[in-house]
Design a protein around this ligand. Structure first.
Ligand code: S3P
Length: 165
């Protein structure tokens, strides 16, 4: 089967859901951020601070293109949809699932998170980034799953239904 790419804003559950979905499908799972950290032996925050976001995005695209496009679940970083090149790649070679979560729910989940460089900002900047990206996620996904108020298992079940449809 084609690989499944999970996209969505930071805190939408891409990693947790990806791991669980892969287990359910008995296929491998890769998280683009985790792979990048491992391959480059650098922390995400260090890449942002030392090399800048533009370099991070180059690493991210390279990482994306080095993950198998068959029989794989891929959890992506929240900004992967910022580059058309990435979106084209995912849509052409895989099934793209957008995990939609409201800003309020993301805000609650990530209230105490200081590890993400683009979340570590004033609330109006967080919200602007969220709103700016919403249409990008919607256009990039083949399918949208709303995650607010649902359990991991509910969401995985919904994904299994849409990919089999
Ligand atoms: C980013 C999201 C992060 C990580 C990096 C940039 C973004 O991944 O790739 O901090 O631009 O939204 P998560 O979506 O897994 O938090």
């Amino acid at each position: 089967m084609k690989s499944i790419f999970l996209i969505g804003f930071m805190g939408s559950g891409k990693s947790t859901i990806g791991a669980s979905l892969a287990q359910e499908l008995q296929i491998n799972w890769t998280d683009t951020d985790e792979k990048m950290v491992k391959d480059l032996n650098k922390k995400i925050s260090d890449i942002f601070n030392v090399e800048g976001e533009a370099t991070f995005r180059i690493y991210e695209t390279n990482t994306l293109k080095n993950i198998p496009i068959e029989n794989h679940v891929i959890s992506t970083g929240g900004g992967i949809i910022g580059k058309q090149e990435n979106v084209r790649w995912m849509r052409e070679y895989g099934i793209v699932i957008y995990l939609h979560t409201s800003f309020e729910e993301i805000y609650n989940r990530l209230k105490n998170d200081t590890s993400r460089p683009l979340w570590n900002k004033a609330i109006d900047e967080k919200q602007s980034l969220y709103e700016f990206r919403l249409p990008l996620y919607k256009n990039a996904g083949h399918f949208q799953i709303n995650t607010d108020g649902k359990t991991i298992s509910d969401i995985v079940t919904e994904i299994l239904l849409v990919i089999k449809s």
